[in-house]
Unconditional design. Sequence first.
Length: 234
Amino acid sequence: MELYAVHFANEFKYADYRTIYHNDERTELVPGFVFLYYVAKVGEQVVLFDTGFRSEETAKGFGTHLLDVKEEVLALTGGRADIIFITHEHFDHVENLELYQGADIIVAKDAWEEMQKAYPKVTSQLMQTSKIQIVEDVFEVQGSFCFKVIGGHTKGSSVIYFNEGEEKFVISGDETYLLDNFERQIPNGNVYSLEKNREFIKQVYNEGIIPLPSHDASVIEKYPRISEHIVRII
């Protein structure tokens, strides 16, 4: 398997200490907050873990600067996806989903229900063109990926576990925004269930699982670049 992280945007006007860390009341923005999603190649298949977004209007509203990654992603994926895992329903994780008609989509039941409310036209179209796998707890994909509903960050927030050799990884969505949450075992400041978020962070830490969150600049600083905005993790 090959695994890549796509760095598609910077800055977020709500990424302050209150949002990132539970029980931290500082209003300053936390450094190192970026926007990422992940792409895997498994044999001939292209697998996406979330999709990012591309609306300049939306970006402006959130104080976010979109990066021009279109050609880099096209070169990496060939403009297609066979399987798409959705970690949760927030705009920066799902709004490019409409670009990948025909992919198998794996999503938590509660996340899909929220997506149907927020994006009725797109989800209705996807139901005609794609296979939607609705998950309430755990779903295994081809013996390679384990999709698990956590329900910490949002009610339908989910993560994806997989192994590479002796190492175990988890694509953690927004169960934590930063790796520092895992390292210091501090829950998110923005959660649906503090208990479930805390339990997930503790499990990842205790089991030595390598987390891959969606908003930490250190992910793109740690691994080798294959292009300006894409790094290879595996």
